[in-house]
Design a protein around this ligand. Sequence first.
Ligand SMILES: Cc1ncc(COP(=O)(O)O)c(C=O)c1O
Length: 383
Amino acid sequence: MKNFDVVFDRKGSTKWVKYSGTDILPMWIADMDFKAPDSVSNFLKVCADSGDFGYTDAPDELREVIVTQLKKKYDWSVEGSEVVFLPGVVAGLNTVCRGLVSLDESIITATPIYPPFLKAPENCGRKLTKIDMELTSEGYQYPLTALRDSINSKSRLLLLCNPFNPIGRVLTFKELQEIVRLCLDNQLLVCSDEIHSDLLFDDRAHIPLAKIDSRIEDNLITLISPGKTYNIAGIGGGIAIIKNQILREKFLAVSDGVGDIGLFSYAAMLSAYRDCESWHRQLIDYLQENRDYCKSRVEEIPGIKMNKVEATYLAWLDVRDLRLDDALSFFERAGVGLSDGREFGGKGFMRLNFGCPRTTLEEGWDRIARAVDKYVDNRHYTG
Ligand SMILES: Cc1ncc(COP(=O)(O)O)c(C=O)c1O
């Protein structure tokens, strides 16, 4: 039995609490039903045993590990001083919107998108312009024409998600190049959320936006975190890479006094990035098989299509052909708790989290298949 096959009790987690007391399988929020790597747990135990829980600064070793990995993975040269620690990536999105965009300026993002991208501008009263991802027979494409057309004299910031939650796309070099060109031409800042950059399938390689053109680095905030990949989101912790000193100082000024990070977050991030290479390789193999399994199940179910998942452990299901009044409730009645596409700006779509043991995934798909079968039969019957 593989490590990732083990079903373990997560009843206290946000994901499972939502459906406690029911028979609904939670396949919604983006954490995985796998134990975090033993190396991380063991390192946290060592920290706990020390009994030293006083205030702590970011460990130098953590900065060094991050800088070294960015160089090794992407040939991206970052100084330790350009690495800013955050309570989480969503905190970073909010800080950027609040601190780097003034009240009369606006923010652009492409939808469907991870809901905090929609919420962060709203939280601080900044205007958000939404452009629709283009859904073609080849899957989703970044809407470059719409981006160009949406930029005006008030536009200040593009919020970018790559790899793209919820649609699972890894933007191509060409797409990124065009995005960068438009942002440079129009002096737009970019906040590039690359939290899923260690969850790529089929031997794809992540390209940080910073590597497209060095000129963009002056206008760029890149957000990363080990939270998704090593399943430690509940411990908290995120990283912003900000090369431009003025931007960095503005960013720090907004988070000053409200965004301190605890020593367990630092420790977990350090151990995740430093000690878990082989766990990570095995995870990718397992998730890729789960992704393929989802695809094979979708092919047998009428009325559901699945966007090609190039990264993340999230499948974006197109259920528009089922013509459901309330897709979330339909699937809950089927016994599966999915994320409602409407929260992402994607009506008629549902997001399914396949970061779980295979048996759980099989059970989830069995339930979906049974419910859709019955529904389609009834619909034919009632005409
Ligand atoms: C694109 C993206 N950004 C950020 C987050 C959450 O980051 P954090 O938990 O560090 O705030 C998620 C979680 O699913 C995500 O998908």
